[in-house]
Write a protein that binds this ligand. Structure first.
Ligand code: PLP
Length: 425
């Protein structure tokens, strides 16, 4: 690898990087005391050269790990040809990527954007358009859901802490307990036009939807003429062992093979670290957003689409969906074993494939002295052990590793997590 030497001010000096941030960057993130300079495969290296096993993958983004040669090649080759043209014109990579998504989901069409929040915004506009002439506009989402940080995103998100300070909320969203079909039925009003859920709630603490819930929501939406949307930004793109989480949740479930939502939002792993988002809309609704109704300058550039197409190629060639399922199942088993062996530290473990959550026990004595949440304190200890994970809420840590994680890396992660758990027991 050709070394990219950073300017002297940031070389090996965490403090000087932090100072650049404290003086110049809007402090909207609670950041950990780590500054990274480069990565390779499942590992990241901080500015002092210390190595970390990355089981967070940039919050489910770096699906092929860091500095993957196929992504580098796609970036170089496509950027020599064409990086960007306006969506006033056609480009082949965008058309091919849309076809790839339609092939893997079902009959419909795709709109490209840049992020998960923007993909959800697009689906909200599809719903508004669909219900407009009848005066229906309301979208029901789940308690503890997460749908992004734009104004519509925070209105859609079922967590008060995300909304606080930004009131009044954009109208037209209400929240209903997750995995509770009768609560959803009861919440539908004459103004309701759509329901949006995550197949596996991520930020809310790694909670998969049940098969009964998914099939029940489909039937409910058909009965009440509502659109069923799935926010697949975090749980999609093979993370659960299938392209879409509902394909995994409903496999071998009678009637599951016929299930399709009406819209799916995607981002994160779609570009493996290169920004790209998208939403898919099922065929009957695919032309609702006609010319002039929706747009995004950078949506679906040839460069982003070339990277996304290359990622599909690598995942399928190397059967990384199966890797996520097999290794993920093994890791889940191991995390559940920790729950059995150390109940004073680990309450339980759950998840599907490479979307795993470890729920910490309520009162871990070693954490009592600090006002930081258990999830943050546990994550800090893992950082000290050389492993990166992502907190979810106050009690859960998430493992969202790259889809090409190797068995020995999974083993290394589990034994370091066990060391930290043991030290707290
Ligand atoms: C389920 C879900 N939806 C939407 C988003 C927002 O995506 P972005 O940060 O790309 O806007 C996220 C981000 O974590 C997410 O997990």
């Amino acid at each position: 690898m050709k070394e990219i030497v950073p300017p002297a001010i940031v070389r090996n000096q965490f403090e000087s990087v932090r100072e650049l941030f404290s003086k110049n960057v809007v402090p909207s993130y609670g950041r950990f005391d780590l500054a990274f300079s480069h990565g390779a495969g499942s590992y990241l290296f901080d500015v002092a050269g210390r190595k970390y096993l990355d089981l967070g993958a940039g919050i489910a983004v770096c699906c092929l790990g860091h500095a993957h040669p196929a992504i580098i090649e796609a970036l170089i080759e496509q950027s020599k040809k064409l990086i960007h043209v306006s969506n006033l014109y056609f480009t082949e990579p965008q058309g091919r990527l849309a076809a790839g998504l339609v092939k893997r989901i079902g009959a419909g069409k795709v709109f490209f954007c840049n992020s998960g929040a923007e993909a959800n915004e697009g689906l909200f506009k599809v719903a508004r358009k669909f219900g407009h002439d009848e005066g229906r506009f309301e979208i029901l989402t789940a308690t503890n859901s997460f749908h992004g940080r734009t104004l519509a995103g925070i209105a859609a998100t079922g967590q008060d802490k995300i909304k606080k300070g930004f009131e009044p909320m954009m109208p037209g969203f209400r929240h209903v307990p997750f995995n509770d079909l009768s609560a959803m039925r009861a919440a539908i009003s004459p103004a309701t036009i759509a329901i949006m859920i995550e197949g596996v709630q991520g930020e809310g603490g790694v909670t998969p939807a049940t098969p009964e819930y998914l099939l029940g929501l489909r039937a409910l939406c058909d009965e009440k003429k509502l659109l069923l949307f799935m926010d697949s930004v975090q749980c999609g793109h093979f993370r659960t062992g299938k392209f879409q989480s509902f394909q995994r949740i409903l496999e071998n479930v009678p009637g599951g093979e016929k299930f399709l939502p009406d819209g799916i939002s995607m981002a994160k792993s779609l570009g493996g670290g290169f920004p790209i988002g998208a939403f898919w809309v099922r065929a009957p609704f695919a032309d609702l957003l006609g010319p002039g109704t929706h747009a995004s300058t950078f949506g679906g550039t040839p460069l982003a689409c070339a990277v996304a197409l290359k990622i599909f190629e690598v995942i399928e060639r190397e059967k990384l969906d199966e890797n996520a399922r097999k290794l993920g199942d093994w890791m889940l088993n191991e995390l559940q074993r920790l729950g059995k062996n150390y109940p004073s530290v680990v309450k339980n473990a759950r998840g599907l494939g490479f979307m795993l959550g470890l729920e910490l026990a309520e009162k871990i004595p070693a954490f009592a002295a600090s006002d930081k949440s258990a999830a943050i304190q546990f994550t800090n200890r893992l950082h000290a052990a050389g492993v990166l994970v992502i907190p979810a809420g106050t009690q859960v840590i998430r493992l969202l590793p790259p889809l090409n994680l190797k068995p020995q890396e999974a083993g290394e992660g589990i034994s370091k997590i066990e060391e930290v758990v043991k030290s707290l027991a």
